[in-house]
Design a protein around this ligand. Structure first.
Ligand SMILES: NC(=O)c1ccc[n+]([C@@H]2O[C@H](COP(=O)([O-])OP(=O)(O)OC[C@H]3O[C@@H](n4cnc5c(N)ncnc54)[C@H](O)[C@@H]3O)[C@@H](O)[C@H]2O)c1
Ligand SMILES: [Fe+2]
Length: 387
């Protein structure tokens, strides 16, 4: 067996309704002063309405920073840090999708009273030093898995993103409460759910760090996500399906936190950067085409995953036959959910494909994990087929 290392969030609480006990969970960690980091959509939806009263009745001080934008720019992080410092926050809660959770991670680091570092110092792998404030993550989308990853992604320029990767960013608690996701619109449910599936698939074929624990998590994640995505999209009020999606996304997050994602994400990032296509949809648009490209090498692994998505409808055949069925089944999720399935339908101009391929090559951090080597010519051909 190849040696491997595995790290994850210390505690995972998977319980429908548990966010109503958030104040208690913060107090158990010794905190009296808490900053909740979220986005304006979440406060408008009233998702904090049942969460905040617990803080007041416990005599705790709680503030909400609700200005997080999707694909958060640096200024948002710095504003949230300023509020946390002014509050003398003792614990940070990330409450929302990947954007809010990523900002919360950086606030927990930068608002620690002993922190000597700036945001600029943190970019890259292993650059964060010292301690962070206690950190609880409460996802309201079932997608990024940020509640269990050591990664925070920040938008640093017009079209560029940088990541902070450090074991210090692994939260203390991930709280998975389906009640918070009941109102997630169908298109967001579908896109974020497909993002989570991609995490599982890319972890399972990850070239450098694939390992027995991440495999186990990726398989169970994909089974849960594939079995519940249609129900979550078309009958969003189904708590069982919503809780299964949250767990699936969390397991997929643990898988890819330890066996990183690859070319689907490398080709998806430039779509988000240039056209602000949501992260999950960017992944969905290139997914079938990247898997098709990888199939000549990765078909045996895709064939292992195929029964988890297709169940009894998987027909017997070679690994390549079953890979084709697998790819079609994944593409069908987008189709059935009403997501655009071609780049042209998502507002991408054909004239930009060459630039996108050049930008995808900048994601070497991800491309090294791909089961098949990908050049700029390959990336261009994939975008052309996806167009
Ligand atoms: N840290 C990681 O490991 C990691 C991994 C992948 C992606 N990311 C980052 O995560 C971000 C994407 O996260 P995301 O896809 O979760 O989206 P998001 O956090 O950007 O949220 C998208 C939209 O969904 C809305 N929303 C969230 N929960 C809702 C709910 N329950 N009901 C109704 N609306 C709701 C939000 O208000 C927002 O408008 C990107 O910045 C990406 O770079 C991070
Ligand atoms: Fe992702």
């Amino acid at each position: 067996m190849l040696p491997f290392s595995f790290a994850t969030t210390a505690q995972i609480l998977c319980e429908t309704g548990a966010s109503r006990r958030l104040a208690e969970l913060c107090r158990e960690r010794g905190a009296q002063r808490v900053l909740i980091v979220t986005d304006p959509g979440i406060t408008k939806l009233g998702l904090l309405a049942e969460v905040l009263p617990g803080f007041i009745s416990a005599g705790m001080t709680v503030q909400v920073y609700d200005q997080v934008l999707a694909d958060p720019p640096e200024a948002i992080v710095l504003n949230a840090v300023a509020q946390a410092k002014a509050l003398k926050a003792e614990l940070i809660v990330g409450f929302g999708g990947g954007s809010s959770m990523d900002v919360a991670k950086l606030v927990a680091l930068l608002a620690h009273p002993d922190c000597q570092q700036t945001l600029q110092d943190l970019y890259g792998v292993g650059n964060a030093k010292g301690q962070r404030l206690p950190l609880i993550q409460v996802p309201t989308t079932a997608g990024t898995g940020s509640e269990v990853t050591p990664v925070a992604i920040v938008t640093t320029g017009a079209t560029t993103k940088l990541g902070v990767v450090s074991p210090l960013l692994l939260p203390d608690l991930a709280l998975l409460d389906a009640d918070l996701t009941l109102g997630l619109p169908p298109a967001v449910t579908a896109a974020t759910g497909i993002d989570a599936m991609v995490h599982a698939i890319e972890a399972y074929t990850s070239a450098l760090k694939k390992n027995p624990l991440s495999d186990l998590l990726a398989r169970e994640a994909l089974r849960l996500l594939a079995a519940n995505l249609d129900e979550a999209v078309h009958n969003g009020g189904n708590r069982e399906a919503r809780q299964a999606m949250l767990l699936g996304a969390c397991l997929a997050g643990q898988a890819f936190a330890n066996a990183p994602v690859a070319a689907v994400h490398a080709l998806a990032y430039p779509l988000g950067g240039h056209f602000h296509i949501p992260h999950g949809l960017s992944n969905a648009l290139v997914l079938p085409h990247v898997l098709g490209f990888n199939a000549s090498v990765a078909a045996p692994l895709y064939a292992e995953l195929a029964p988890l998505v297709l169940g009894d409808s998987l027909r017997a055949g070679s690994a390549m036959d079953q890979t084709e069925q697998f790819i079609l089944a994944l593409a069908d999720f987008s189709e059935r959910s009403g997501l655009p399935t071609r780049l042209r339908d998502a507002g991408v101009p054909q004239a930009m494909l060459q630039q996108l391929a050049a930008d995808a090559m900048l994601q070497q951090r991800l491309l090294v994990n791909n089961p098949r080597e990908m050049t700029e010519e390959h990336a261009l051909a994939i975008y052309q087929v996806a167009y």
